[in-house]
Design a protein around this ligand. Sequence first.
Ligand SMILES: C[S@@+](CC[C@H](N)C(=O)[O-])C[C@H]1O[C@@H](n2cnc3c(N)ncnc32)[C@H](O)[C@@H]1O
Length: 285
Amino acid sequence: MSDSPEGAAPARGRLFLISVGVGDPDNITLRAHKTLAQTDVVFCMSRVRNRFADLLAGKPVHEAGHGLFTPLARRDASDAEVDAMEGQTRQTIRKALAEGKTVAILDYGDPCLYGPQAGYLHEFRDLDPVVIPGVSSFNAANAALATNIADGAHSRSVLLTVARNADAAYRGDDRLDKLAETRSTMVIFTMGIDLPRVVEQLSRHYPANTDVALVCHAGEIERQSVQRATLATVLELVGKNPPPFEHLLYIGDFASTTRDVGTPQGQKICLSDTTRASTLGSATR
Ligand SMILES: C[S@@+](CC[C@H](N)C(=O)[O-])C[C@H]1O[C@@H](n2cnc3c(N)ncnc32)[C@H](O)[C@@H]1O
């Protein structure tokens, strides 16, 4: 499967889906860097291409599209356009692999977590593609919050979901109001968020003073920020500071500073209940 014991160096004629991490370029892993350096042909989006211009210099770089081989690609382009691009991409990849070249599709974050290039894994499953993992916005945002998000006063669970699960048209079993029933810490990938609708569904189960944080541009040292509010105040906060596309929304008691006091019932005391900023506020790191 690979030339090296670590599995880092590409074997000839292999297909990779490589994460370059999120935010600053130095969030790429050593394995991803090494594998990319030895790749012959690359497919990526321009946002990734620009960040790794040095590493990609001299390699044929093709446009990877957004959501190719999934319905996502057809949301903003005609069927004819998508069919043509998918056909061309299929041909280029299979030809390169048949010639013994190594091909890499680049993505950011965790490609297997709402990643726009995961369709390649299904399309080329007969070729046994290899995924090189990377830092997700979820990992980088947790670091920005600098707390154990799975150790709240009332819950030790974290649910990862998307804002669109609040849509009226959504028919899945995991609508936001249903997920909210457990009052676990919830981390929402926000693409296309309708925040008033999200807040309305969450408020059916979380108390109004539940902590909320918006982590923007996670992993980018210069731009990363954490804005804090509660379920009752977050709409006002966002009205004043509309967040960028790159933000995650946290809801729950992830902001608590908890201490196991060793009671017979194993109860925890939430030390921050009296001190936490429960009103509108923002902290930038
Ligand atoms: C299509 S998903 C891709 C997620 C990606 N696979 C990951 O693991 O980070 C895009 C969403 O991820 C989140 N996101 C991506 N980059 C981010 C960043 N640097 N900071 C915070 N959130 C980010 C936002 O919620 C954005 O709407």
